[in-house]
Ligand binder design. Structure first.
Ligand code: IMP
Length: 435
């Protein structure tokens, strides 16, 4: 049962898109299981490959495997899908010469994001003021709230107009009260939402399927399935820095519920981890660098959100988080990304514990107070001060870069299978085959 899950081990933006893209060539199926168009996965295909010009794809809802012709891509039941965003993304990839026909499958059970979810998300953030979460404003949290309140509308409902009309009218009626009273918003007219939805339905209805059945069939038939996580473990609703998290289980447990597959079917879990740390939005970030060093990492790592364009907060590698991510996800293999961003740093630090009130915590604290007020305990490394981009083997890396990579690997207790040294596919060191 060759099922490999690719999971973000920090606060998202670890470079999972590139890793999934590389592994997709060997997969039959690539499946997403949680989140929605809050995610932004960037894949760059270099000019020298495939004989064409450089192509850059930024994917939000479609699994990164979509850019590989012939691969099947699933949008799992655990995802929340904005039909408008999905249609736009399908049109964008089609304009880049990629056909999704016959290979994109959207779970009937995936929940639908509607315009009032966006309004709710953005207004709640405004009302929270300085306590805001810093969401992407895409309506993700409110759509998951509706799911758990058991009033959500699912992809399958788009196919049943009678049912859809009844539930959409009911939802609009109950949301109107909230929109009027809490946000001073006039609410939405049924007809305009309906008309828009019917337009999107024309485009996406052919892709709505029983994805649970399809993926189970893939697993039984021993086809290679690549499961693509979005966000990262520190944004997981249960295991992340709550409440500064997203609204789904980004860690591997979410893959079982979000696709309908048994835990025993996942035989490998690849953790993707960046050579330093970033986060977007608010919330504690113990190793954050607020001055020159943070700006350096942001500029050299192009650390601006692929979805919102927001500058990412940057800081040193955090070993406490990495160890926690390995435990929560049962990581079996690791990929290190963006090593090249550290190429010109004279000194590099790695956090190995959090000091709070004279106690060193080497386990991930749940308390926001501890996370917000702790002092990172660092180990310091000499930088290698030379370019690593495109170096083909681990052995050929500068000695000090190897020392740094090995130190991280010792902290988490797992060797790296992949080290990425640039955006392009060929700027990747494959140390061990995983899939
Ligand atoms: P939401 O998912 O839009 O509700 O946002 C909740 C938190 O998750 C915010 O801090 C976002 O910045 C963060 N977030 C959501 N998606 C991503 C992502 O793909 N990468 C990094 N951060 C994300």
């Amino acid at each position: 049962m060759p099922v490999l899950a690719v999971i973000g081990c920090q606060w998202g933006d670890e470079g999972k898109g590139k890793i999934v893209d590389i592994l997709s060539k060997d997969a039959h199926t690539i499946a997403r299981y949680q989140g929605g168009h809050n995610a932004g996965h960037t894949v760059v295909i270099g000019a020298s490959e495939e004989g064409g010009k450089e192509e850059k794809y930024i994917l939000h809802l479609l699994p990164s495997g979509i850019i590989h012709p012939g691969k099947r891509c699933y949008i799992g039941n655990g995802m929340v899908v904005d039909p408008k965003a999905l249609v736009k993304e399908i049109e964008e990839v089609e304009a880049q010469g990629i056909s999704v026909e016959g290979r994109l499958f959207i779970s009937e059970r995936a929940h639908i994001i509607l315009p009032y979810h966006h309004v709710y998300d953005q207004n709640e953030e405004t009302l929270k003021g300085s306590q805001k979460i810093g969401t992407t404003g895409r309506g993700i949290g409110p759509a998951y709230s509706d799911k758990y309140q058991r009033i959500g509308i699912r992809a399958v409902d788009l196919l049943d107009e009678e049912y859809l009309e009844k539930y959409l009218r009911e939802n609009l009626e109950s949301k109107k009260l909230l929109l009027n009273n809490r946000y001073n918003h006039p609410g939405f007219e049924f007809q305009s939402i309906w008309d828009e939805l019917m337009e999107y339905k024309k485009k996406i209805a052919p892709y709505i399927h029983n994805v649970f059945h399809l993926i189970c069939d893939d697993i039984t038939q021993d086809r290679k399935v690549l499961i693509e996580g979005a966000q990262g473990v520190m944004l997981d609703i249960d295991h992340g820095t709550y409440p500064y998290v997203t609204s789904s289980n980004a860690s591997v447990g979410g893959a079982c519920t979000g696709l309908g597959i048994p835990p025993s079917s996942i035989n490998k879990v690849l953790g993707v981890i960046k050579a330093y740390t970033t986060r977007v939005g608010e919330g504690p970030f113990p190793t954050e660098l607020k001055g020159e060093e943070g700006n350096y990492l942001r500029d050299h790592g192009h650390e601006y959100g692929a979805t919102t364009g927001r500058p990412r907060r940057c800081g040193w590698f955090d070993g406490v988080i990495a160890q926690f991510a390995v435990m929560v996800n049962g990581i079996t293999d690791l990929a290190l990304t963006k090593l090249d961003v550290l190429d010109n740093c004279q000194k590099i630090k790695v956090c190995v514990g959090y000091k709070y009130k004279n106690v060193i915590h080497d386990e991930m604290p749940a308390s926001l107070k501890v996370l917000e007020n702790c002092e990172p305990v660092y180990q310091e490394f000499d930088g290698w001060m030379s370019q690593t981009t495109g170096i083909p083997t681990f052995e050929e890396l500068p000695d000090k870069a190897k020392t740094y990579v090995e130190a991280i690997s010792n902290i988490v207790g797992i060797d790296f299978s992949i080290v990425s040294t640039g955006q392009k596919r060929q700027e990747t060191i494959m140390i061990k085959s995983i899939f």
